[in-house]
Ligand binder design. Structure first.
Ligand SMILES: [Zn+2]
Length: 498
């Protein structure tokens, strides 16, 4: 026995890294557990109340902070307004700053992004090439089939590229990114004989269903996400609101894209999912009472469909009275306070599955019109926020009765499991050692100037948050600590199922 011990002490320590003295927040647990976390080869190797310091090559003092699983931000738009290879660097640094370790990005052909059309088998390798070596966190992409050819490519995207999630932008039938538009084939860069309409949505669903049948072992990880707004309702209402001119700013934008436009789109999407026998449906960024009610009604009507319901941190933190005004323009719109309170109620009740950032870095010079910066109709859509995701959820969620464990599920586990990231999303032996250490006692004020993002402003400016991400570990490596990004971009592409 004595000899054996001597040999093992002389040998290499059992673990690469030991994080001591943290409060482990497991998504499925009923409470938070005090303990130590040992890591080997980038994975969690042991989680126990006490692990001896001698067993690891390096020891890190966790200072009794809350250890959340590294965040999975399932809805980002890296590369939408700036060149992808630049956006990947700065916006993934912002992600790391917020405790995010997996960044899942929606991208597509057409205007913005790479600003080109064509088949995904040409487009997507370019996306991967521009991404490689530039992300500070692990990353993956969701793709939107924009025309018939893309629908035929779905099996290849699953098999060759590890893309298992797809998207439909339901409002693109008559709208561009920022408002009404009459020239959709130009914006979408599809042939003149193609239509981006409800029939196309149906055929996208049939295409995904086919891929599920072709790859039964991956079927559970394949899903479709929908941006649910109804093009026709939005076009009509935004015209009315704009012409009347009585409402201004965020209130006008919300009235121009009214909540029933979301509700109706959710009904259409759900009916088609049932019609096409497509069971995995993600209803993205629900913003209003009507949208959430419609989503819950559809879940009751079609219990065999595995719906997931998403909400963004922007829609939870801002309302139409926000000082940010046009800087908070986003699709679907920021809503009045009643809707915001309803979202929180449903989040606490467990009826919403994850909280994302919908991070789309839109710099100030691009965001608002130069001559009429207050004009909501002329402003561009989208803003960043991945760096505030956990801190904001913690600050407001604590007041409203969310538990730490619920917050972990909402920011990592639930999205990880839906999007085929089986080695992410929890603090469990064998999974990737991704962690966000949060100090729940630090109170701080949001200043865009302190962000790693290149956006330069934030609609969250001036908000006082209680709780701050202090350290982020990606596969056992410290990538962010005490206000500083550490090391080079070491994010890896997550080919799914992962
Ligand atoms: Zn989005």
């Amino acid at each position: 026995m004595a000899t054996k011990k001597a040999t093992s002490t002389a040998a290499k320590p059992r673990y690469d890294l030991l994080i001591k003295n943290v409060r482990v927040v497991r998504p499925g647990a009923a409470m938070v557990e005090q303990g130590d976390i040992a890591i080997k080869n980038g994975r969690f190797a042991k989680i126990a109340p006490v692990i001896p310091a001698e067993s690891a090559a390096q020891v890190y003092d966790g200072k009794n902070r809350l250890a959340f699983p590294g965040l999975v931000d399932p809805h980002m738009h890296t590369g939408i307004y700036s060149p992808l290879e630049q956006d990947a660097v700065t916006e993934s640094r912002a992600a790391a700053q917020g405790g995010v370790t997996s960044s899942l990005n929606y991208t597509r052909t057409g205007a913005y992004y790479l600003n080109k059309g064509g088949p995904y088998k040409k487009f997507f390798p370019e996306v991967l090439q521009l991404s490689a070596g530039n992300y500070f966190v692990d990353y993956a992409y969701h793709l939107a089939p924009m025309d018939k050819r893309h629908i035929r490519e779905i099996p290849e995207l699953v098999e060759t590229f590890g893309v298992t999630s797809f998207k439909i932008y339901m409002f693109y039938g008559s709208h561009g990114l920022h408002g009404r538009s009459a020239n959709q084939s130009e914006f979408l860069m599809i042939n003149a004989d193609e239509k981006y309409d409800i029939a196309h949505f149906e055929f996208v669903m049939r295409g995904i269903r086919k891929a599920m049948d072709r790859f039964p072992d991956k079927a559970a990880d394949i899903s479709l996400s929908l941006h649910c707004e109804t093009a026709e309702i939005m076009s009509a209402y935004s015209k009315i609101v704009e012409e009347e001119g009585t409402l201004k700013g965020l209130a006008a934008y919300s009235a121009g894209r009214p909540p029933h436009s979301e509700g109706l789109a959710i009904f259409i999407a759900s009916y088609l999912a049932n019609e096409t026998d497509l069971p995995n449906i993600n209803l993205l960024h629900l913003t209003s009472r009507k949208a959430v009610l419609a989503a819950l009604q559809m879940a009751a009507v079609f219990p065999h469909i595995n719906f997931r319901r998403e909400v963004t941190i922007g829609h939870l933190m801002l309302d139409t009275d926000s000082k940010a005004a046009a800087l908070a323009k986003v699709n679907p719109p920021i809503r009045p306070r009643d809707d915001v309170d309803y979202l929180w109620e449903q989040l606490v009740a467990g009826n919403l599955d994850w909280v994302c950032s919908d991070h789309a870095c839109c710099k100030h010079e691009m965001k608002v019109d130069k001559k009429k910066p207050g004009n909501i109709w002329l402003a561009k859509s989208g803003f960043g926020g991945t760096e505030y995701l956990l801190a904001a959820l913690v600050s407001e969620g604590r007041k409203r009765g969310l538990t730490w464990n619920q917050m972990a599920a909402l920011t990592s586990y639930n999205a990880a499991r839906r999007f085929g990231l089986h080695s992410k999303g929890d603090i469990e032996v064998g999974l990737d050692a991704d962690l966000a250490l949060l100090d729940p006692n630090e109170t701080w004020t949001v200043r865009a100037a302190d962000s790693e993002s290149q956006q330069g402003y934030t609609p969250f400016e001036g908000m006082e948050l209680s709780g701050r991400v202090k350290t982020t570990f990606l596969r056992g490596q410290r990538i962010y600590d005490d206000g500083q990004i550490i090391g080079k971009a070491s994010g890896r592409y997550l080919s799914r199922p992962y």
